[in-house]
Design a protein around this ligand. Structure first.
Ligand code: FAD
Length: 182
């Protein structure tokens, strides 16, 4: 499939994250939607309390055996996502950086595809608080870009939405390296 030119965070961050971190199955599922812009994605890594120090991110993705899914939660004010562009108004989905938590403990920061808005009218889903951070100072301050603050409140996502090129969680909550050839 031809890929349109890079134009914004959808093409510049969301699509490459799925291509770089998703299994073949995940790429087939999500890139077919993203290439046609049936979903619009962005990149939610930075938090209010954590910029360059990615290992310090606090957003939690807790594996839930009962649903075989993850619960995404912002446990503190400093864990609120801060800056991600394109999410104040436009994006329906994000690649979210969050700590993977299982019965076995904290496995560090992993990436998850998370739907944030209703596809029909773009209203935020239950469990999502999102807003534009407003005016930014300076030349080239991207004031045309809708940079955001984003807070998760126990948002449930399916288990196959952790990007699993490198590692995965089994139904039995076992964390393991993926068997995808590298
Ligand atoms: C316009 C704009 C758009 C953005 N869009 C997005 C987006 O779409 N998605 C997203 O997730 N994030 C986005 N960000 C966030 C951006 O990635 C962060 O600003 C960046 O990661 C740096 O974090 P920080 O601003 O908290 O600075 P800090 O990490 O707090 O750094 C502050 C200062 O300390 C220095 N510093 C940091 N660590 C060290 C070190 N170990 N040794 C020496 N010096 C150090 C830095 O160079 C800097 O000068 C955006 C930011 C801006 C300004």
């Amino acid at each position: 499939m031809d890929e349109p030119a890079y134009t914004d965070l959808h093409w510049g961050m969301f699509v490459p994250a799925i291509k770089g971190q998703g299994t073949d199955e995940q790429q087939n599922e999500w890139l077919s939607l993203a290439y046609k812009m049936k979903i619009i994605g962005c990149y939610a890594q930075t938090e209010l309390g954590h910029g360059s120090n990615v290992q310090g991110l606090e957003t939690m993705a807790t594996f839930d055996r009962q649903t075989d899914g993850f619960v995404i939660h912002s446990p503190t004010l400093t864990s609120s996502k801060w800056w991600p562009g394109g999410l104040g108004k436009v994006s329906t989905h994000a690649v979210v950086y969050a700590r993977l938590i299982t019965d076995g403990g904290d496995h560090g920061v992993h990436r998850f595809i998370v739907q944030l808005r209703n596809l029909e009218d773009h209203t935020p889903l239950p469990g999502i608080t999102v807003g534009d951070i407003g005016m930014k100072f300076g030349n080239g301050a991207y004031n045309t870009m809708d940079n955001i603050v984003l807070i998760f409140e126990h948002l449930c996502i399916p288990g196959n939405q952790m990007l699993m090129w490198v590692s995965q969680v089994t139904r039995e909550a076992k964390y393991k390296q993926s068997d995808v050839p590298r």
